[in-house]
Design a protein around this ligand. Structure first.
Ligand SMILES: *[C@@H]1O[C@H](CO)[C@@H](O)[C@H](O)[C@H]1NC(C)=O
Ligand SMILES: *[C@@H]1O[C@H](CO)[C@@H](O)[C@H](O)[C@H]1NC(C)=O
Ligand SMILES: *[C@@H]1O[C@H](CO)[C@@H](O)[C@H](O)[C@H]1NC(C)=O
Ligand SMILES: *[C@@H]1O[C@H](CO)[C@@H](O)[C@H](O)[C@H]1NC(C)=O
Length: 455
């Protein structure tokens, strides 16, 4: 497949935009759909990539902002999942599928081999979906020339420029990046074919949001709640675009710790996600909504020792005998893709625990050492670092803070990365809060452990 061939190994950074080449917008998906459901009363082992006989046809309306209705006037929900596909929940059933693509062409009006089951996870059926009118799009790639200007990642030049250009944060060179050439670094960020997709803007702050803001503390950190940490140790994703799996497992781990008052301290297997999840693309990327959310609800997570991290794609090696740990109530913060904002994120973190977010990685970010990350290009008014292919990286927000007025009063998020403790502030970074810095306030997701399974 085109994409798999071009995006080989991503080293330390991963790209959610390189998942599948499908590039379908909200407007592409919104509208009238006909779903054809397969026969059978299968369990979750059903293979929806195989052809199936149709047992039932239903017509659905996907409306603004997140309302789905069927022809019996049942009202449910739907959400776009980035630019990759969508999920619909209506009349007691869930439907999820990736938008169809061939090579670089997206067929946004089609879903082939989607998965459907009732809301309790029974009665699995495959489905194909078709929208009333065709939406066919070519991916447009920037020319190669665009990539070659600007200082190189991890060069002395880039570090000096960043440190000269602004006072928010300091940059440094990393010895672990030293052996990587420009091509490796492009692959780190998802490869030449991975390009940025326009993100939704954060949802406007309402008067209600402002009231919620008033009730929240000025700073908060799940690593130190009266001296107790509810966050698991920083890990290293290595040479695989599996950030989404690390951020998802990190959220799951923290939320179990939290629900059990630290009596359960699981480390979940990211390799199981890389190898075994049909809802993500292994080392080529994936999404917390579908991993910490849908996969953890439909299939459950296993512990690290059950399938230890190898950092590469492969056949699913998770033994069937491993106990699986289930999660539920997964959603984008704000209820649907496009409904997120700063206050809703704070509220989710404060009341339910750390959340998985994605943001755009520019080359300056890789040099982050300490301080509050603000993209340097914007700050100095030139896009001098921008020619580097911009990709999306997935991380875990564990809290927030604000500098004192003397220090400038900048608000920030406290974020756990998966580039080992040697990177940033012991593996963490701060990034400006309240301004949707690099899109970090636009696509946040969460899910909840089912406690009884944790015994
Ligand atoms: C699930 O379905 C597969 C094949 O359709 C079958 O082999 C397996 O035994 C089923 N498992 C359960 C728990 O019913
Ligand atoms: C579809 O139904 C036909 C007729 O009942 C059957 O012969 C065929 O095997 C079915 N195909 C699949 C993929 O189940
Ligand atoms: C994906 O679609 C968006 C919105 O239509 C567009 O801005 C972007 O350039 C597209 N990406 C590619 C790789 O074609
Ligand atoms: C949670 O654990 C702490 C430390 O072990 C303990 O002091 C506290 O009482 C526990 N809280 C609850 C609600 O059990």
């Amino acid at each position: 497949m085109f994409w798999a061939a071009v995006v080989t190994l991503a080293i330390t950074v991963c790209s959610v935009s390189a998942d599948t080449p499908a590039n379908c917008t909200y407007e592409d998906i919104r509208g009238t759909w006909v779903f054809e459901l397969g026969t059978g009363n299968n369990n979750r082992t059903v293979d929806c990539s195989k052809p199936f006989n149709v047992s039932k046809v239903l017509t659905l309306q996907l409306k603004y902002p997140d309302i789905a209705t069927d022809s019996f006037n049942n009202i449910g929900y739907w959400s776009l999942i980035y630019n990759q596909g969508f999920e619909v929940i209506v009349a007691g059933r869930k439907y999820f599928g990736f938008s169809y693509y061939e090579g670089k062409t997206s067929f946004c009006h089609q879903v082939l081999g989607g998965w459907s089951h009732d809301v309790l996870g029974h009665d699995w059926k495959c489905f194909n979906g078709k929208k009333s009118e065709p939406v066919i799009k070519q991916n447009t790639l920037l020319s190669d020339k665009t990539y070659v200007t600007g200082p190189k990642v991890n060069s002395e030049d880039i570090v000096v420029s960043i440190n000269k250009a602004q006072k928010f944060w300091t940059a440094k060179r990393y010895s672990q990046f030293e052996h990587l050439n420009e091509e490796d670094l492009l692959r780190m960020a998802g490869g030449r074919s991975s390009q940025i997709f326009s993100r939704p803007k954060p949802a406007p702050l309402t008067a209600e949001h402002e009231r919620v803001r008033e009730s929240l503390p000025e700073s908060f950190d799940w690593r130190n709640v009266d001296g107790v940490s509810f966050v698991s140790p920083v890990r290293d994703q290595g040479s695989c675009g599996s950030c989404y799996a690390f951020a998802s497992m990190a959220m799951a781990e923290a939320r179990v710790k939290l629900q059990t008052n630290n009596t359960q301290n699981p480390v979940f297997s990211t390799q199981d996600i890389v190898e075994c999840s049909h809802y993500s693309q292994g080392c080529e990327g994936g999404f917390p909504y579908l991993v910490a959310g849908k996969y953890a609800e439909d299939y459950g997570l296993v512990l690290e020792e059950c399938n230890p991290y190898k950092g590469k794609d492969g056949q699913c090696q998770t033994p069937k005998t491993c106990e699986r740990h289930y999660f539920t109530d997964y959603s984008y913060i704000g209820g649907f893709y496009g409904g997120c904002n700063e206050v809703l994120m704070q509220q989710a973190i404060y009341s339910r625990g750390p959340i998985a977010v994605s943001f755009m990685v520019y080359k300056d970010f890789m040099q982050y050492k300490s301080g509050i990350y603000v993209h340097t290009g914007d700050n100095v008014g030139v896009n001098r670092f921008d020619p580097f292919v911009i990709t999306n990286h997935v991380v875990l927000v564990v809290g927030w803070g604000q500098l004192s007025p003397e220090e400038g009063g900048t608000k920030y998020w406290i974020v756990k990365n998966s580039w080992s403790t040697k990177w940033g502030i012991d593996g963490y970074f701060w990034i400006r809060r309240g301004t949707d810095e690099c899109g970090i306030e636009s696509i946040a997701a969460e899910s909840t452990p089912i406690y009884k399974y944790m015994k």
